[in-house]
Design a protein around this ligand. Structure first.
Ligand code: ATP
Ligand code: MG
Length: 678
C-alpha cells in the first residue's frame, strides 16, 4: 500500500501535484524515480484510471523495475492497464495500430543495426561509393543523427564544409525508399514516424492526448529533440506532464540530447511548477561528498548541492594496478573479501567502465574464480549470427517484403539457390520494379535458372507460406517454432560450417535457447503473437542497456558488469569504477574538445553516484594495445576528488593499511550511528 509519509515534503509536493506541467530537477539518488512511481500510485489511489497513465523511462530494464515498484503499491490489476515503457516501445505501440496511414503495412519489420548495415552497404555499392562496414556505420550514424533532430530525408541539406554530408544527402533518401519498399523501419523511425503520424492526423493526436491524461518522464535530461517533440504533442492538450531529471547526469549529448531541453521546457510549458530535491538517500556521506566536489568543476550547470543524513562510511579506495589483469584480480579479491566479511551477495557488486572492451579481463577473471556475472551491453544473445539467422526466418514469415532478411535466408541453410540465380532475381526485381517475394511466386519466368533451382525456390516459398499460416495460432507458438527449428535442420548446417565441434554445439544450444525466450515471452503476455515476440526482440536492440538475454539473469545472484552509460538510474551497495585513466575517463575522443570533458565528468559522476556504501576506483599503470604495452596516466578526475577521503594504494602491495583504513572508517561509522541513535 502507498503511504505519503514515506516521502519528504518536497517529494510529497511533487507526488500530489495535480494538473499542469511539473519539472522536478534534482541530483542523483534524491528520489526522482521514486517520486514517479509514488505519483502513479497516488493518482490511482485518487481514482485515476490506470489506462490514463503514461510513464516513459530510458531503458527496458528501468521500465520493468518501475512496473514492479508500482505493482507493489497498487496491485497487479492496476499496473496491467498502464503504459509504462520506453520511448521506442511507445512508438511501436502507436505505429502498430496506425502505421497504415503512412503507407506502411502493420506487419512492418524493425531493423536492427545489422540489418541496417546490410542495406546501407548495398546502397553505397550501388552509388559507387566505398561500402566497407566502417563507411556504412558512419552513414547510419549520420542518418540517425538527422532523424533525432527531426530532419527527414527530403529536408536533409548537405553543407560545403562537410564533405560526407553530400553522400548522406544521396543515401538517406534511397535508404528511406528501400525501407518503405521492404515494409521496414529503423529504431529512429519508431520515434520520427510516430511524430509525423501524430502531427499529420489531428483526430488521432486528440485520441492519444485524451487517453494519456497523466504523463511522466524519467531521465528527462537525456531526451533528444525527436523525443521531446513526441512529448510536446502528447501533452499538448491538457499539459499534465511531469518530467524529472538531473542536468548533471546528461550523458547522451552524442545522441543529440541537449541540456537546453530543460530550459526549453519552461518556455514550451508556461506556468511550469519547478520542484527541487536536495537530500540524497542512496550514498554514504563520503561518496556523496566526492560526487559533489567532482561535479562542481563543470561550468555550465544549475548549481545545487546534495546533502545526506547518512554517516561517512568507508573511505573511497583508489587502487593503482599494474595492468588489466591485475585490475581484474584486485576486483575479484575484493569481492571475495567483502562477501566473506560482510555477508554480501554477488548481486551487491557492480563493475563499471567507460568502454565495452574493458569487460574482457573482468569476465575472464570472474569465470576463473567461478563467480556468476551478467554482462550488460556488448555482443549479446540476439546479436549472435545463429540467432540473427533464425530471427531472419521469423521476420520473413511475418513480412516477406523485408528483402534484407529474405535474402539472408533464401539459401540458408543451403538449399540449392545459388548466387547467380539470386543475382538474376535481384536484377529482375529492379528492372520490373517488383518485390523479390512477388517474383519468387512465379519462378518459371526466369530464363537461365535450372529446373533444380526452380524446385528449390518453389519449396522455399511453400515453407514460408505454410509457417505464415501455422504461426497464426497463438496457442501453438512454441510448437510451431520447435517444428520450424527441426524442419530447417540448422544444426546440420552449423556442423558443416563450424570446424570446432564445441563452438558448433554452443551455437546450436543458443538456437534452442530461443525457445525458452519465446516461452518466457508467452508467459509475460496476455495476448502473445509471433509479431509481438519479434518486436520485443528488436526493441532490446534499441536499448542502451539492453541487447541481451540478461533479463532472467539479472534477478539472480550475479555480479553486474556494464558501461557507465548503461548504469544510469541503478544503485549497488559496492561499485568498482575501473579504468580511471586519461584516455578511458575522460575518453580519448573527448580530449581535444573542452566541452566534452564536462560530459565525461558527468559520466564519472553518474558512476560514483551509483554506489551506496563502498566505492572502489581502479586504474592501471600500463595496458596492452595491439600487443604492445602502453604507459597510462591516472585520470584527471582523481585529482578533483577530496583527497582526504581517498585511500590510495598500489595493488600488489599487501592490503594491510588499506584494510586498516577501512576498519577505521567502519569504526567511525558505528560511532556516528550510535550518536545518531542517541
Ligand atoms: N524519502 C525517502 N526515504 C527513504 N528512502 C528514499 C526516499 N526517497 C528515495 N529513497 C531511496 O533512495 C534511493 C534513490 O532513489 P531514486 O532511485 O528514486 O533516486 P533518483 O533521483 O531517481 O536517482 P538517479 O538520479 O540516480 O536516477 C532509492 O533506494 C530510494 O528508495
Ligand atoms: Mg532515477
Amino acid at each position: 500500500m502507498f503511504d505519503l509519509n514515506q516521502l519528504n515534503p518536497q517529494q510529497r509536493q511533487a507526488v500530489t501535484h495535480g494538473a499542469g506541467p511539473l519539472l522536478l530537477l534534482a541530483g542523483a539518488g534524491s528520489g526522482k524515480t521514486r517520486v514517479i512511481t509514488c505519483r502513479i500510485a497516488h493518482l490511482v489511489q485518487q481514482g485515476t484510471s490506470p489506462e490514463q497513465i503514461l510513464a516513459v523511462t530510458f531503458t527496458n530494464k528501468a521500465a520493468r523495475e518501475m512496473r514492479e515498484r508500482v505493482q507493489e503499491m497498487t496491485g497487479r490489476n492496476a499496473v496491467k492497464g498502464m503504459t509504462i515503457s520506453t520511448f521506442h516501445s511507445l512508438g511501436v505501440q502507436i505505429l502498430k495500430s496506425h502505421i497504415d496511414r503512412l503507407g506502411f503495412k502493420r506487419n512492418f519489420s524493425i531493423y536492427a543495426t545489422s540489418d541496417q548495415l546490410r542495406l546501407v552497404r548495398e546502397l553505397l555499392r550501388e552509388a559507387g561509393a566505398d561500402s566497407s562496414n566502417r563507411d556504412a556505420e558512419q552513414m547510419i550514424w549520420r542518418i540517425s543523427a538527422a532523424k533525432n533532430r527531426l530532419i527527414d530525408a527530403g529536408q536533409y541539406q548537405p553543407t560545403l564544409r562537410d564533405p560526407l554530408s553530400h553522400l548522406v544527402a544521396t543515401i538517406y533518401p534511397r535508404y528511406q525508399k528501400a525501407l518503405k519498399a521492404y515494409n521496414a523501419v529503423d529504431f529512429d523511425d519508431l520515434l520520427l514516424l510516430t511524430v509525423r503520424l501524430l502531427e499529420g492526423q489531428s483526430e488521432l493526436l486528440a485520441h492519444y492526448q485524451q487517453r494519456f491524461v497523466y504523463q511522466m518522464v524519467d531521465e528527462y535530461q537525456d531526451t533528444n529533440p525527436v523525443q521531446y517533440q513526441l512529448l510536446k504533442l502528447l501533452a499538448g492538450g491538457h499539459k499534465n506532464l511531469c518530467v524529472v531529471g538531473d542536468d548533471d547526469q546528461s550523458i547522451y549529448a552524442f545522441r543529440g540530447a541537449d541540456i537546453s531541453n530543460i530550459l526549453d521546457f519552461e518556455k514550451d510549458f508556461p506556468g511550469t511548477r519547478i520542484i527541487k530535491l536536495e537530500q540524497n538517500y542512496r550514498s554514504s556521506a563520503t561518496i556523496l561528498a566526492a560526487a559533489n566536489q567532482l561535479i562542481a568543476n563543470n561550468r555550465q550547470r544549475r548549481p545545487k548541492t546534495l546533502w545526506t543524513s547518512s554517516p561517512a562510511g568507508y573511505a573511497i579506495d583508489y587502487l593503482r594496478c599494474e595492468d588489466s589483469e591485475d585490475e581484474a584480480r584486485q576486483v575479484v579479491e575484493l569481492i571475495h573479501a567483502e562477501t566473506f566479511r560482510h555477508q554480501r551477495k554477488f548481486s551487491d557488486f557492480a563493475i563499471l567502465y567507460r568502454t565495452n572492451t574493458q569487460s574482457r579481463a573482468f569476465e575472464e577473471q570472474l569465470r576463473y574464480d567461478n563467480i556468476p556475472y551478467v554482462l550488460i551491453g556488448g555482443q549479446q544473445f540476439f546479436d549472435r549470427k545463429e540467432i540473427r539467422d533464425l530471427v531472419a526466418y521469423l521476420r520473413t514469415i511475418l513480412n516477406p517484403a523485408d528483402e534484407v532478411n529474405l535474402l539472408r535466408i533464401i539459401n540458408y541453410p543451403k538449399r540449392g539457390i545459388g548466387e547467380n540465380s539470386i543475382d538474376q532475381i535481384i536484377r529482375r526485381s529492379a528492372e520490373q520494379n517488383a518485390g523479390i517475394w512477388q517474383l519468387l511466386q512465379q519462378p518459371e519466368q526466369f530464363d537461365g535458372i535450372g529446373q533444380k533451382t526452380l524446385t528449390a525456390i518453389a519449396e522455399f516459398v511453400a515453407l514460408i507460406k505454410s509457417y505464415q499460416s501455422t504461426f497464426k495460432n497463438p496457442l501453438r507458438l512454441l510448437d510451431t517454432l520447435r517444428q520450424l527449428l527441426n524442419e530447417l535442420k540448422l544444426a546440420d548446417e552449423i556442423y558443416r560450417q563450424e570446424k570446432d565441434p564445441q563452438t558448433a554445439q554452443r551455437r546450436i544450444e543458443n538456437q534452442n535457447e530461443i525457445l525458452n525466450s519465446l516461452g518466457a515471452y508467452i508467459e509475460r503476455n496476455e495476448r502473445p503473437s509471433l509479431a509481438g515476440f519479434v518486436d520485443a526482440i528488436s526493441l532490446l536492440d534499441a536499448d542502451p542497456a539492453g541487447k541481451d538475454d540478461k533479463e532472467k539473469l539479472l534477478s539472480g545472484n550475479t555480479v553486474t558488469l556494464m558501461s557507465l552509460h548503461s548504469s544510469k538510474g541503478l544503485e549497488f551497495p559496492v561499485v568498482f569504477l575501473a579504468g580511471m585513466e586519461e584516455g578511458f575517463l575522460p575518453h580519448k575522443k573527448s580530449l581535444d574538445v573542452t566541452c566534452d570533458i564536462d560530459e565525461e565528468r558527468r559520466l564519472c559522476y553518474v558512476g560514483i553516484t551509483r554506489a551506496e556504501q563502498r566505492l572502489v576506483l581502479l586504474g592501471a599503470r600500463q595496458r596492452r594495445k595491439h600487443g604492445k604495452l602502453e604507459l597510462r596516466e591516472p585520470s584527471r578526475f582523481l585529482a578533483e576528488l577530496p583527497q582526504q577521503l581517498l585511500a590510495t594504494r598500489q595493488a600488489g602491495v599487501p592490503a594491510d593499511d588499506g584494510e586498516e583504513q577501512q576498519e577505521k572508517s567502519a569504526n567511525q561509522f558505528f560511532q556516528q550511528m550510535q550518536q545518531l541513535l542517541g
